[in-house]
Design a protein around this ligand. Structure first.
Ligand code: TXA
Ligand code: MG
Length: 319
């Protein structure tokens, strides 16, 4: 029996299967089985009122999960699925409260990874999957990260190599009058506006439990992480050194020319590459077990919006 067939069988039996997507690894369970869903919350240590994204093999199953689907949802699905976009739609009455956190909406997406799509087709239903990390910690972008995070709490981990995108999907709420981006991702507002016909609103309600990614403390390493403007970086570095702190750095290595002894994960000048490397880099720096991870903030430009969002939350969450 091949791995995908075995994984689908485990899902049918109510077990947890971690699988790769193009964004981050997901911790999957049968979305129609509330007992399986309960296992996700237990394995992650996640509060039960946080809703989960349901992953589908293609857009043809949208009507099983959502009602009052606006025409824009079909256009966005046609343009961007499979891909790093989650659509929030009004839930179908059959969708369990365990998935929606008791809300009247449901998050749906078709991931763009060959193994994920094989698994979803083989399973032939919805797979609820949050990122396969413990609650509040850094999302996994390799199978080894999942093993570190969840170990024996999962029945199986499908290894699909490192994730191509590296940070979580863009979440777009289509349940209201105007579309709104609740969580920025690498599929950006400009691309979405091109299909919607108008620019989406930006930003969820702050600290809303509807999107746990909106809690300030999220995506955090165990080591304190400080995010400083590139211009202030030399001063921040000096101050930390003067205080005798053991420092690791995520920045342009040029900024550390005078300090060859300090561990540095090189920051890419390209936002796509930066996002791809971000979580693996933070894990490496965290594993050094120092006192402080110092991060030089990337430019405050639209192309960096999703990356800056994750860095800001990592800084808030590490304190
Ligand atoms: O890229 C991704 O989206 C990854 C991969 C595995 O697909 N998944 C992911 O799941 O990031 P998770 O659970 O870590 O984050 C999903 C976010 C949560 O912040 C959750 O609150 C939000 O989606 N969400 C899910 N359903 C929602 C709903 N009905 N309304 C608002 N937010 C929702
Ligand atoms: Mg997550």
């Amino acid at each position: 029996m091949n791995d995908v067939v075995r994984a689908a069988g485990l899902l049918r039996a109510g077990e947890l299967v971690a699988f790769p997507t193009e964004t981050v690894y997901g911790l999957g369970a049968d979305a129609a089985n509330p007992l399986a869903i309960a296992r996700i919350f237990a394995a992650k240590g996640r509060p039960a009122d946080h809703p989960l994204i349901v992953h589908l093999p293609d857009a043809s199953q949208l009507g099983h999960w959502a009602v009052d689907i606006p025409e824009a949802a079909h256009r966005l699905a046609a343009a961007f699925w499979p891909g790093p976009l989650t659509l929030i739609l009004r839930r179908h009455a059959s969708v369990s409260d365990a998935i929606t956190g008791g809300q009247d909406t449901v998050g749906l997406r078709v991931p763009n990874h060959p193994l994920a799509l094989q698994l979803l087709r083989e399973f032939d239903g919805g797979v609820a999957a949050p990122s396969a990390n413990r609650f509040g910690r850094i999302s996994p972008t390799t199978a080894a990260h999942v093993r570190e995070e969840l170990g024996t709490a999962v029945a199986m981990i499908l290894d699909g190599g490192p994730c191509a995108v590296g940070i979580e999907s863009t979440i777009l709420d289509l349940s209201g009058i105007k579309a709104r981006i609740l969580r920025p991702g690498m599929l950006d507002a400009v691309a979405i506006a091109g299909v919607l016909g108008y620019p989406p609103e930006l930003g969820g309600e702050r600290n809303s439990p509807r999107v746990s990614g909106n809690l300030e403390a999220h995506y955090a390493p165990a080591t304190e992480l400080q995010l400083v403007a590139a211009a202030d970086f030399p001063q921040a570095l000096q101050a930390a050194l003067a205080a005798g702190r053991r420092i690791a750095v995520l920045a342009d290595p040029q900024l550390l020319r005078a300090h060859p002894g300090i561990a540095c994960y090189p920051a890419s000048p390209d936002p796509v590459r930066y996002a791809h490397d971000l979580y693996a880099g933070l894990r490496e720096l965290d594993a050094l077990g120092g006192d402080l991870i110092l991060v030089a903030a990337p430019p405050a430009e639209a192309a960096w919006r999703a990356v800056n969002d994750r860095l800001r939350r990592a800084a808030a969450g590490s304190k």
